[in-house]
Design a protein around this ligand. Structure first.
Ligand SMILES: Cc1ncc(COP(=O)(O)O)c(C=O)c1O
Length: 378
């Protein structure tokens, strides 16, 4: 957690914790900070500030969104879900079967664990209305081609819902470039408090039914969520922006005129370069071990994979290996990470799960080397 986030949270709690948006100074500042946080996040992901909503978690965001979108569906309309996603972007859509929707499953190739575009093309039809897909799998680590998927879905008039939870910690997305209709990620995984952002294209948000208090009809995007966000946590999101900009100032010079999302793009490239350097030795090591099964690509190149590395062992349980790593001060665990359909498709016991190593921009090559040394003793 960056100190900038902690400072914002502390300041709000100690100096601004009143009902926001009234005219007295403390309340006014509180409301302004909440608005500023929303504005800055909109700018970071290249959205308009009335296109983003801060909710409690990605699971909650997707649940309220599916509830809102079900009104657009006619019996027989089709929804494509994958078996690579975290359950948060599957169950809310599968549940719409109760409203007459037909669910089509985009299955991974069980040899590579990848979602293939050809399979998707065969599932798309003139009845497809919704495509729910993860931008990056929290098990396989693969980055799915959301732009290509959006183009294909839009040809059929379908909406694309991107789950960016495993993607965003490695670089905030440019939602307009991806051309998705909705996109959500958890802010507690992008160095902030336990909140989650939901982006929605304005033309669609405008027409969603009001799920908030009845007199708020028309006040999108507030209409999506019953109630408002956590005030102090929302305000502390400014600290994530400050952290990113401090990072930017440290590494780049003479480009002050760039837009915020353009600065984010440069930061992302730097994150990606570093993450590739620290993750590739681990991917290489695990993929060469005869007794380990690495899930997903054995090399990151050109941002095709996040440094989220899952594997199992032929001789030992994931629990045993994870326990050894934890004993050696490696913060990891064995689990299905709620992507249990993905594990089932790969023939992995969902109780024991995989061992997952997650790296990010602040990890160092020495940590990768230490991990490899410990794995070598197993
Ligand atoms: C890929 C992915 N999607 C969705 C979620 C759910 O996010 P939340 O905990 O904010 O509900 C997670 C959580 O780990 C995840 O990894």
């Amino acid at each position: 957690m960056p100190q900038t986030v902690i400072n914002k949270l502390t300041h709000f709690m100690t100096s601004l914790k009143v009902q926001p948006y009234a005219e007295y100074p403390m309340s006014k500042i509180a409301g302004n900070q909440m608005d500023e946080a929303t504005d800055l996040f909109a700018k970071m992901i290249n959205a308009k500030n009335n296109e983003i909503l801060i909710g409690g978690s990605t699971s909650i965001n997707l649940y309220v969104l599916s509830n809102a979108l079900k009104n657009f569906l006619k019996p027989g309309d089709e929804i494509i879900v994958t078996n690579q996603d975290h359950e948060a972007n599957i169950s809310p859509w599968r549940r719409l079967e109760e409203s007459g929707a037909v669910i089509r499953e985009w299955k991974i190739n069980s040899n590579t664990a990848e979602l293939e575009i050809e399979t998707f093309k065969n599932l798309l039809s003139n009845k497809t209305r919704i495509v729910a897909i993860t931008h990056c799998s929290n098990i396989v680590g693969s980055v799915n081609e959301l732009k290509k998927i959006s183009d294909l879905a839009h040809e059929k008039g379908a909406y694309v819902i991107g789950d960016g939870v495993s993607y965003a910690p490695h670089g905030f997305p440019n939602v307009k470039e991806l051309d998705v209709d909705f996109y959500t990620f958890s802010l507690y995984k992008t160095y902030g408090p336990h909140l989650a952002l939901l982006y929605g294209r304005e033309e669609i948000l405008k027409n969603l039914p009001n799920q908030n208090h009845s007199f708020l009809d028309g006040y999108y995007p507030e209409t999506i969520n019953p109630g408002g966000p956590n005030h102090e946590e929302l305000s502390s999101l400014i600290g994530i922006y400050e952290y990113m900009m401090e990072f930017y100032e440290h590494h780049f010079h003479n480009s002050k005129d760039l837009k915020i999302f353009e600065k984010i793009k440069k930061i992302n490239n730097l994150f990606a370069k570093h993450e590739e350097e620290i993750a590739n030795p681990i991917l290489d090591y695990i993929s060469k071990r005869d007794d380990f099964n690495l899930i997903g690509k054995n090399k990151i190149s050109n941002k095709n994979r996040a440094p989220t590395i899952s594997f199992t062992s032929k001789n030992k349980s994931s629990k045993e290996i994870s326990a050894t790593l934890v004993k050696n001060n490696i913060a990891t665990r064995n689990d299905n990470f709620y992507a249990w359909r993905c594990l089932k498709a790969l023939g992995i016991d969902t109780e024991d799960g995989v061992i997952r190593i997650s790296l990010t921009h602040y990890n160092r090559i020495q940590e990768s080397e230490k991990l490899i040394k410990i794995l070598d003793q197993i």
